[in-house]
Design a protein around this ligand. Structure first.
Ligand code: PGA
Length: 251
């Protein structure tokens, strides 16, 4: 189902004290009339702490990564069963930092996507091109390859795709302070929605497509107003309650 969403990806930031402070400030000041769904993704060691703080609130949470097995000799990894036991509803998959720093390829990302679906959590699938790819005119090719690598592996496509979240994050805009221009965002989101409509038996109008990459309290309103943008995946600005609340209020 298509939603308006703001998701905070905390990456490897935070400690018990400042996570408590951040969430308390967000909970106290959350705009009551907001239609926007809000999700935070803490480092997995802080998921239990986050769960306690967010009990009975309208903010959801999830994990930044998962391993596609229920248990086993996979040192350092956590499973979907574990994430679910602590109430996680969302799993971030295919973030460019996972792809680039930890060598995750489309095949592993597809396994993680399927696994998350099988465990009835919502995958937030990140896709995006590098600067070199954009400058070489390869953006659409890269995105279609990333999408088709994931989506070809499914039987029940409608439910599988339509109830997922896609985050378009140009790699060159992540953590750099450079955002894509409104025109680039509009064209790319339009391309993603059309590509899915043309290749799969899915009503792509029901798909939630977020933009990520240096979204902040100053540019959020302009970005969220762009056609086909359903919200944002926020990194740096999600660590500051004031900025994050202003981004939520931008809806
Ligand atoms: P940023 O990160 O907002 O700090 O650019 C976005 C992301 O990596 O999801």
């Amino acid at each position: 189902m298509r939603k308006k969403m703001v998701i905070g990806n905390w990456k490897m930031h935070g400690n018990l004290h400042n996570i408590s402070e951040l969430l308390q400030e967000i909970l106290t000041n959350f705009p009551q009339q907001s239609q926007c769904e809000c999700v935070v993704l803490p480092p997995s060691i802080y998921v239990a702490h986050t769960q306690k703080l967010l009990q009975n609130s309208r903010i959801d949470y999830g994990v930044q990564n998962i391993y596609p097995q229920d248990e086993g000799a996979y040192t350092g990894e956590i499973s979907g069963i574990m994430a679910k036991e602590f109430g996680c509803k969302y799993v971030l998959i295919g973030h460019s930092e996972r792809r680039n720093l930890f060598g995750e390829n489309d095949n592993l990302i597809a396994q993680k996507f399927n696994y998350t679906k099988n465990h009835h959590m919502t995958p937030i699938l990140c896709i995006g091109e590098t600067l070199k790819e954009r400058e070489s005119g390869l953006t659409e090719e890269v995105l279609s390859k990333q999408l088709s690598a994931i989506f070809k592996q499914s039987a029940a496509l409608e439910d599988y795709i339509a109830n997922s979240i896609i985050a378009y994050e140009p790699v060159w805009a992540i953590g750099t302070g450079k955002t894509a221009t409104p025109q680039q965002i509009q064209e790319t989101h339009h391309y993603i929605r059309n590509y899915i409509a043309n290749h799969y038996a899915v009503n792509s109008n029901s798909l939630t497509i977020l933009y990520g990459g240096s979204v902040n309290e100053r540019n959020a309103q302009e970005i969220f107003a762009i056609d086909n943008v359903d919200g944002g995946l926020i990194g740096g600005a999600a660590l500051d309650s004031n900025k994050f609340l202003q981004i939520i209020a931008a809806f």
